[in-house]
Design a protein around this ligand. Structure first.
Ligand code: BGC
Length: 741
């Protein structure tokens, strides 16, 4: 029997049939070919819960989608630093998709958070490419293990929303490779996603939907991607150019117009049938691999998924400040203030929006727990101006309470797919409320609900801050689990919280130009910037408190042939069980290139009972010691010293040791006539050749570099070394010996 995904099947198809296959039939389906019995495959958003829309619903309509559990947004799940949890999330999403007969889930979104203003940051994992790649891989493995494909999006460098269909993300090659492509590379190589979704934007002037370098040379030829590339919805500007570049499926299709366009292009010789067949085959393979076969109705347990959403949110929330106010003291009076406690913001706007199964608000959870609490709205969520009556009532409730919770955050209108923010400030009425309440009570905890970074000018005035991001439908229960002490907070920030917008690395360029986004900060993004520039931050990357304390000790390094393993012990030195996230950063001392002070290279979670000690081991692979060298179009590792920094945040390094690499696969030092005498003398690999050619002796008088004259002479290249007595013969002999190394 002919399989529906091989060449002989393609041979039976007419040109219009093939043309129909490379465009979506509509917003959510691939084409059906009744003549040859080919069925359609459904794709559905999204990253934090299923948004399976009823046919004919508007692309961004929300109310027409099926009921599904709203899981925490990726901004929160990344704060778990927990691969297992992300894998389980993937399984849950996969199960839901299968039950709804969805073949491909449109997620996860794994772009980096370059600017905290970017509108879609809530949907993305991190400012750090390693963390984003790890979270994404675990998630993808989970979904695909359920027999459902994913579409990892938005490939690539889609880091702003304004003019997203046309703007160009302009950056140098190292920045592209070491930051913005890294997470995609990880997922492609490790998790083999069924599809990638190419983003709307251009990179360095070429639209991603027709960017052959991105979609074919890098993705397929370098990384070995075997799946399908679909467009983001409406990203195709020139379908022929897109297919030629390596895009397989235009989404959504434009109906007969799409088909005709392709037929005409083939007939006119503008598109080769070979290129068309290549994409057709990938569409057929996707449909045959992922179209749910079962016609029987599969059920899945929404209550179980709700419980998982609660657990995941609770394990991910980040405790930012706690001056002995949390967990809340039982039996003492509590004032709950802020409309977000009653009408929580638990998911973001746009294509990730889910028709939630069962939203439990913080107020619901507090009532369910029978906590003695009074509630005041304090402000109006849909307005930015203070409502004096609400404010007065809140202040008076706060005066009479032993402890106060203020629920604050961005209203939905501030943060969504499709546009960027212009400010990181909370609405004025919320800041005013916090100021007024802290003036009358000194046991105040602010509980934040927001998709991305907020500024906290009041941080010093409050005693507690809990960052809950957009926590999904179990927001109330998960928040109460932490506030009450049932769950010990273990989340760590996956992004830096700056003190001011003007402190952020892309402040000078972000959204400055409608057509071009200049990534002038280059590699210095996120903590890589704040570290290097020594800019103080409100809360650093990797930071998060616990109700217990941890002690780190006994760091030992084991240098392998292509990795370094760090082993250490972590103890719980407090009174309650807790989970620590051990973070390993690498500081490259060896390479003479622009580089961050340090970069995250691995992390491990460790759960500890009070008094318990465990050994933790983290392996840092060769990539952790490598940089992308555009001159050789490859990753390069240099021998020399690397500091391994073990910390509980990017700014709280507890242990440190140096790994000196001497790997045969490392780059050979490049010595030419343009190399400087001082550099050559410092090279361990050059010593034998220097000696054999007599240059050791010739340069002996300068070698110490103690006087200014010596320093000046060390700073001349070999080609001018006759000025310090080197002969032509010595230099030739030295270079010959070096090249033989
Ligand atoms: C978004 C994608 C989404 C698609 C389908 C686009 O506007 O950028 O993330 O998957 O719509 O809803």
């Amino acid at each position: 029997m002919t399989k529906q995904n091989d060449q002989s099947f393609i041979d039976q198809l007419t040109l219009p049939e093939k043309a129909a296959l490379v465009s979506g039939k509509d917003a959510w389906y691939t084409a059906t070919l009744e003549r040859v019995g080919l069925k359609r495959l459904m794709m559905t958003d999204g990253p934090s819960g299923l948004r399976k829309q009823n046919t004919n619903a508007a692309v961004t309509g929300i109310n027409d989608s099926v009921t599904a559990v709203s899981f925490p947004s990726s901004a929160l799940t990344a704060s778990s630093f927990d691969r297992d949890a992300l894998n389980q999330l993937g399984h849950h999403l996969g199960k839901a998709a299968r039950a709804e007969k969805v073949g491909v889930l449109l997620g996860p979104g794994i772009n980096l958070k370059r600017s905290p203003l970017a509108g879609r940051n809530f949907e993305y994992f991190s400012e750090d490419p390693y963390l984003a790649g790890e979270m994404a891989s675990a998630y993808v493995d989970g979904v695909q293990a359920e027999g459902v494909g994913v579409s990892v999006k938005h490939f690539a460098a889609n880091n702003r929303e304004n003019q997203r269909f046309t703007m160009s993300s302009d950056m140098d090659e190292r920045t592209l490779r070491e930051l913005y492509l890294t997470a995609f590379e990880k997922v492609v190589k490790h998790s083999h996603p069924a599809t990638l979704m190419c983003s709307y934007n251009a990179i360095n002037g070429t639209l991603n939907s027709q960017n052959k370098r991105l979609l074919t040379d890098i993705l397929r030829d370098e990384w070995g991607f075997k799946g399908l590339v679909m467009s983001d919805w409406g990203a195709v500007a020139d379908h022929t150019a897109a297919i030629q570049a390596g895009l397989d499926l235009e989404m959504p299709g434009k109906g007969p117009a799409s088909t005709q366009e392709i037929v005409d292009a083939v007939n006119a010789g503008a598109l080769s049938e070979h290129d068309l067949n290549r994409s057709v085959l990938r569409v057929l393979k996707l449909v045959s691999d992922y179209r749910p076969e079962s016609e029987t109705v599969e059920k899945y347990d929404l209550d179980e998924q709700h419980q998982f959403a609660r657990k995941l949110a609770g394990e991910s929330m980040v405790l930012l400040k706690n001056e002995n106010v949390l967990p809340l003291k039982q039996g003492r009076s509590l004032a709950v203030i802020g409309e977000l406690a009653e009408h929580p913001r638990y998911q973001g706007g746009g294509s990730s929006h889910v028709n939630a199964y069962q939203v439990v608000t913080p107020l619901d959870a507090i009532h369910k727990a029978d906590a003695k609490a009074v509630y005041e709205a304090g402000y109006q969520l849909d307005s930015e101006t203070a409502d004096q009556k609400r404010l007065d009532a809140a202040v008076s409730a706060a005066k009479q309470a032993d402890q106060v919770l203020i629920f604050a955050g961005y209203p939905a209108s501030r943060e969504s797919e499709g546009f960027d923010k212009t400010s990181l400030a909370l609405p004025d009425n919320q800041n005013a409320l916090i100021d007024a309440v802290t003036a009358v009570n000194d046991h105040v905890t602010v509980v934040l609900q927001n998709g991305s970074v907020v500024l906290m000018p009041w941080a010093d005035k409050v005693q507690g801050i809990l960052e809950t991001y957009l926590a999904g439908e179990a927001v109330g229960e998960a928040t109460w689990d932490i506030l009450s002490g049932d769950v010990n907070p273990a989340g760590r920030l996956a992004e830096t919280f700056p003190i001011r917008l003007a402190d952020t690395p892309s402040y000078l360029t972000f959204n400055a130009d409608p057509e071009h986004e200049n990534y002038r900060e280059g590699l210095f993004m996120g903590y890589r910037y704040y570290d290097k520039k020594q800019v103080p931050v409100a809360f650093p990357f990797g930071f998060g408190l616990s109700y217990t304390t941890f002690k780190y000790a006994n760091l030992q390094l084991n240098i392998g042939s292509d990795s370094v393993t760090a082993q250490l012990s972590v103890s719980n030195t407090g009174n309650v069980a807790g989970t620590e996230t051990v973070q390993a950063y690498v500081a490259n001392k060896a390479s003479r290139i622009e580089k961050p002070v340090k970069a995250l290279a691995n992390f491990a979670k460790v759960a500890l009972q009070p008094g318990e000690t465990k050994t933790v081991s983290v392996t840092l692979d060769q990539r952790a010691f490598s940089w992308y060298n555009p001159e050789i179009s490859d990753w390069q590792v240099d021998n020399g010293e690397y500091d391994i920094l073990i910390g509980t945040s990017s700014q709280d390094i507890r242990l440190q040791a140096t790994a000196t690499l001497d790997w045969p696969q490392a780059a050979k030092p490049k010595v030419t006539l343009n190399s400087y005498i001082g550099d050559v003398l410092a090279l361990p690999e050059a010593q034998a050749a220097l000696k054999a050619s007599g240059l050791t002796e010739t340069f002996a008088a300068l070698a110490s570099g103690e006087t200014t004259d010596q320093q000046m002479l060390l700073n001349i290249p070999l080609r001018s070394a006759n000025m310090v007595g080197a002969t032509q013969e010595q230099l030739t002999q030295f270079l010959t010996l070096m090249h033989e190394l």
